[in-house]
Design a protein around this ligand. Structure first.
Ligand SMILES: [Zn+2]
Length: 86
């Protein structure tokens, strides 16, 4: 039996893979690096319902950018690989 994923957009697939790796379940809160605005370029960590993750990822937020940070702290929504020296 095949399951049809109605939300199989690229973002949804990425989020599902990431959330699966984090072993989260529905109803859990997750930390994301939330972009305050495209113009300001500023971002900070917020905790949101797992159900709201896709909406935030859609406007540029990052799960990786919030790793190791607490809510309210500044974050980088587009972290670069730390081993890149070029
Ligand atoms: Zn957001």
């Amino acid at each position: 039996m095949k399951r049809v994923y109605a939300l199989a957009t690229g973002a949804a697939v990425v989020a599902a893979m990431t959330l699966g790796a984090l072993s989260l379940k529905a109803g859990d809160k997750v930390a994301v690096c939330h972009v305050e605005g495209q113009k300001s370029g500023r971002a900070h960590v917020i905790e949101i319902s797992i159900n709201a993750v896709l909406k935030h990822l859609a406007h540029g937020d990052s799960l990786e950018g919030a790793t190791g940070l607490n809510p309210g702290e500044d974050c980088d929504p587009t972290p670069e690989p730390s081993d890149t020296t070029s």
